[in-house]
Design a protein around this ligand. Structure first.
Ligand code: TRP
Ligand code: SF4
Length: 342
């Protein structure tokens, strides 16, 4: 394409990302990933999917985990939509509805050395900790992820720090495939990770916010619950009485303030804390209000979708078929490069 052609006619770069179905999402998911997805959908051709097979690589046994999968999938999709993911702009789908990923996974498995998967840093640690993970499926986790990405020829993969090794192995898998089967013209482009720049949100106890740490505020927590959770948060342990001066850097409330409060509120809180001019409940009040305000539009959208579950199913249905058209096209090229187009 010549450089003087207008920008708008360039095809939008494809972005692909997946999340395991953990159920209702919390503020950490929003600030760590979803917020970024909502921005990306405006400028890129975004494919976002529920990685339910990936959830099964670690939770294949316990029947209550499996029993909850369906609810977790739909709760998560509702939260994506609530956060502002727009099904008109982005393609939303469910991995297990796409057997095409499994076919590419199988074909890529033929040329991928198992040592590449065995040496992924987290792999050995995890199987040493938990023998139940010594499965073929768990070893194949990053290769399945590579298939998820390569089948859409994604240019960019927004992920957290913990996933960069998987995107890196995806590039190696693509390079080797291209070298062996399509040396003239690479079929599978090498994707780049798009690291989410927000540091992980801290939770109610100052540790990383996560459901399993029990320190999370859900995107859909009711206003009264948010108020209760923040009011009972521990503060600077050295600020025992209202008259004691405190230090925000010792306080688990402070990192949340830094995400939610503007510079004026921050300096009011910091000065008030250090001079004992304000109490901790005073300090927490603007934070409570900021979170409640952020949640209000989410709750409104979520309620509409919850009242109309068929609409959510339909959105996923349409997304799945849109994804399938792209996946099939890549698979045709892959099959023919290998010599399987009979
Ligand atoms: N492994 C990712 C996670 O746990 C989820 C995932 C599966 C994914 N396939 C993907 C992310 C493809 C990005 C691209 O977070
Ligand atoms: Fe924490 Fe605010 Fe209390 Fe200081 S005033 S200890 S920053 S809650």
């Amino acid at each position: 394409m010549s450089p003087d052609q207008p920008q708008e006619i360039l095809p939008r770069q494809r972005v692909l990302s997946g999340m395991r179905p953990t159920g209702a999402l919390h503020l950490g998911h929003y600030h760590g990933a979803l917020k970024n997805w909502v921005q990306l959908q405006k400028s890129h051709d975004c494919f976002f999917f529920v990685a339910d097979w990936h959830a099964l690589t670690t939770q294949y046994r316990d029947s209550s985990d499996r029993g909850n999968i369906e609810r977790n999938v739909y709760d998560m999709v509702v939260d994506w939509l609530a956060a502002g993911i727009d099904p008109e702009q982005a393609t939303l789908f469910i991995q297990s509805r796409m057997p095409e990923h499994a076919e590419l996974f199988t074909l890529l498995a033929m040329s991928t050395p198992s040592s590449w998967l065995e040496r992924i840093p987290s792999y050995k640690d995890q199987i040493d900790k938990n023998r139940e993970l010594a499965t073929y499926g768990f070893l194949g986790y990053p290769l399945l992820q590579a298939a998820d990405i390569l089948i859409y020829k994604a240019a960019l993969v927004p992920v957290g720090e913990d996933q960069t090794a998987h995107v890196e192995v995806t590039r190696e898998v693509a390079r080797r495939f291209n070298r062996i089967y399509s040396p003239e013209q690479a079929i599978l482009p090498e994707p780049q990770e798009l690291l989410t720049d927000t540091a992980r949100l801290t939770g109610l106890d100052g540790q990383k916010m996560s459901k399993s740490n029990g320190n999370a505020i859900a995107m859909r927590d009711a206003p009264a619950i948010v108020e209760e959770k923040i009011r009972t948060m521990p503060t600077d342990p050295q600020r025992v009485r209202r008259s004691d001066a405190g230090d925000p850097t010792r306080c688990p409330v402070w990192p949340l303030h830094q995400v939610y409060s503007n510079p004026d509120v921050l300096s009011w809180a910091e000065q008030g804390c250090r001079s004992a001019g304000i109490g901790c409940l005073d300090c927490k009040q603007p934070l409570i209000e900021a979170i409640q305000k952020e949640q209000a539009p989410w709750r409104e959208r979520a309620n509409e979708y919850l009242a109309n579950p068929k609409q959510v199913q339909w959105i996923v249905e349409v997304g799945t078929e849109r994804a399938r058209a792209v996946a099939r096209k890549t698979l045709r090229e892959v099959r023919s490069a290998i010599g399987l187009s009979y």
